[in-house]
Each structure stands twice: as C-alpha cells, then as structure tokens.
Design a protein around this ligand. Structure first.
Ligand code: CA
Length: 230
C-alpha cells in the first residue's frame, strides 16, 4: 500500500529524480513538477498528502507558490516541506512565515528526508480528523493513513482513502458525483465526473476482500453513498 502521495516541485532534474526514486522505493506515490506552473496544473487534478517545495524556482518562487497554496481553500491544508540550500538561513524564516511546515537543507540524506516527511504527515494527520468507524468493523485512521477491516489492514490508494474518509464522516447520505468532486478532490472544473466512478470502483475493489464493498452503494440517477441499509 502507498504511504501517501507526494508532490515534489524542484527545477534541478537530478535532485527531482533522486527524490522521486527515493520516495517511490519508500512506497510513496510521487508527482513531480519542474516549476510553479507545472505544480499548479498538477494541483488542479490531484490532492497530494504533502508537497516538497524547492525554494529557488525559475519564475514563481517556492515561497510565492507556498503563499498561493495557503490562500487556496482547496489546498491550504496540504503540508509543505521547503527544500533550501545551505546558506539560505533567512529563507527558512520567510518560508515558515509563508506557511511551510518544515524545511530540509540541501544536501540532505534520503533517510532524513523520509523521516521529515513522515513526521510532518503525522502532525498534519492530527488536523485531518479523528479515527472513524463504520458498520462495526471498518476503521479509518487519518493520522496513520490506515484502513482496517475487522482488524486487518487494507491496501488502499490515497484518493480512495480520502473518498472513504469523506463517506465515513457522512454516512448514509447520498452525494452526487459533482458534490464528491468538490468535497474530495477540491473544487475543480477540469476533472470529469466519470473520474469519480473510477475511484468508486477502486474503493470497492480495495474493500472487496473484507466484504465491506457492498456498503459503497450506487444510488441510481443520483450518485453514491456509504450505507449499511440494502
Ligand atoms: Ca532550485
């Protein structure tokens, strides 16, 4: 199972590639962008669990992009770790003021980077809500990013995790595809509604071994709900 979706924004190809390989090896999913423009385009379609933000980027700087993300209702909760170069001590202060959660100084060891990512994700998990339980056996722990069925851990992707978290926070209520897009993906006009169907299917597949997949119900002509009622 994935430990989370990481977006790295870094213009130096070698560092970006190194970080990508490191994180993928550590079982994270990775998106990468070489500049702020690419990052913004990715953020229109994806909701990463954490962003690694280089300080010095061509065009819009890392700190300006951070400020922009912090002003955006759909993105402001995403934790950000700033990547700074040695000697940019001042940038750490500015970065923290702009809303980064932590920073890592280059060159960094892969072990240090992963430890920081996990620590920041753990901390931010506290803001993502309490552990949830449904149907007497399905549990979701945002802080640990874990879903269990009758105690057994399930393999679930980051988007399916958020979808399930939303459903478990709002059980028995029907949501249209558009409402789910707004709530789970953030308001975004570029994602087609059938994307929701794809992730509903994946969510059911993730729950299938446990038998909880039947709780994710299609309500014809309306949308989807999580329900214990047939
Ligand atoms: Ca750079």
């Amino acid at each position: 199972m994935s430990d989370g979706l990481v977006l790295i924004v870094e213009d130096e190809d070698a560092i970006r590639e190194m970080v990508r390989v490191t994180l993928e090896t550590a079982s994270f999913e990775v998106l990468d962008a070489a500049d702020a423009g690419q990052a913004v385009r990715l953020l229109a379609d994806h909701r990463p669990d954490i962003i690694l933000m280089d300080w010095m980027l061509p065009g819009i700087s890392g700190v300006d992009l951070t400020r922009r993300i912090r002003r955006d209702d759909a993105l402001r909760e995403i934790p950000i770790i700033m990547l700074t170069a040695r000697g940019e001590e001042n940038s750490k202060v500015v970065g923290l003021e702009a809303g980064v959660d932590d920073y890592v100084t280059k060159p960094f060891s892969t072990r240090e980077l992963i430890a920081r990512i996990k620590a920041v994700m753990r901390r931010s998990g506290a803001h993502q809500g309490e552990a949830l339980e449904f149907a007497g056996g399905l549990t979701l722990d945002p802080a640990r990013h874990r879903v269990r069925a009758n105690g057994a851990s399930l393999e679930i992707g980051p988007t399916e995790f958020r979808l399930l978290q939303f459903f478990m926070s709002h059980p028995e209520r029907v949501y249209s595809r558009g409402q789910l897009l707004d709530q789970v993906w953030g308001r975004n006009v570029y994602i087609e509604e059938r994307t929701v169907d794809v992730h509903i299917r994946r969510l059911r597949q993730a729950l299938e071994p446990s038998g909880f997949d039947t709780l994710v119900q299609t309500v014809r002509g309306v949308g989807y709900r999580l329900s214990t009622q047939p």
